[in-house]
Design a protein around this ligand. Sequence first.
Ligand code: GLA
Length: 404
Amino acid sequence: MKKLLMLCFVLMVFVCCFAACGKKNETTPTPTEEATPTPTEEPTEEPTPTPTPEPPEAFLKDVFAEHGMKVGTCLTTQMIGSKTMSDFVLKHYNSVTMENDMKPDYILNKAKSVETGDIVVEFNKNMITMLDWAKENGVAVRGHTLVWYSQTPQWIFYDNFDDKTGNLVSREVMLKRMESYIKQVFEKLTEAGYADLFYAYDVVNEAWMENGTMRDQMNNWYKVIGDDYIWYAFSYAKKYAPSNIALFYNDYNEQFKTDTLEKFVKTLVDKDGNYLIDGIGFQAHLYTEDSLTSYFKTVDQLSALGLTIELTELDVCLGKYQAPQMANEANLAKQGRFYYDLIKGIFDRKDAGTLKIDSLTFWGITDSASWRKAYSPLLFASGYKKKPAFYGAVQLKDYAGFTE
Ligand code: GLA
């Protein structure tokens, strides 16, 4: 019995030692392992912050397509110069307007005009590159622009295409040149197989002033032809443009020119009273302090004319015209709300059938490349970083600055 007790005692001592050794091996971290932190007994005082959920993926062109609209950007060859950039454009936009390369300065050839005695249109390399890219990728194009006082070579208004003579040509000669110019643009687009890409064309740009008068300063179209130059531009465009291309009058400060534009558009008719014009382009170079109520009064008043409306160069600077602002968190949030409300107002009208609008074009993609870059007017910051403005545009209200 004594022997048995001794044996049991030895056995117990052995078992205890073994168990203690095993435990030690389990809990001692190896030098490379991190020690498991001791769990805190009491709950911490600070509430755990709720992580902001990642915004859902959204693409402009899908959102606009839900309302039967195209969405565009102005385009330069640099913007499609690499696959990454081109892919980015294609992900979000399905319409483009050339920022410069289709303007008169870029498509009229002086030497050939002098040589032939007629104004000569010649498409440039950049324009062709962009049209080929649009064709390859199924992107629609807005033509911009035919008759404009700015970015137009002055030699077209002078005898022998030579502005040094100081002799402006007669009204008759200028009308012939205008007709030839417009005819060549549409014929050459058709011959080169690009005409089908176009759905709209700005025939005349920026011809009216806020005080209701026609722009006469530095405007040789007006000076040489007279105040019916716009009517002629539209009647030539109507004569030569392929039927898939809608003809637009395009202007800025549209909210301050509403009555003027309404009155003027009614005069753009042929002898049977049919419109020579299909649509009004609202450039929409706006500010976050602008009144959207007043802007929509313009939209509603002009769309009542029965024409198509397009927003053609949308960008929204921070602040107001008299006092633009540099970016800060508060005004970027306000810009997000502005974009949300503006685009919602358009979608609501389009869905209700009270506004005939088929596209909206932003004047650029990233703030850093904008002509108004100091006041950050676009949807993306550098590196294509999405701003509240982007979320406003795609109608993701929770990320569009409403919670700031
Ligand atoms: C006007 C023109 C555009 C462009 C901007 C400034 O709005 O219509 O083509 O030149 O000015 O970038």
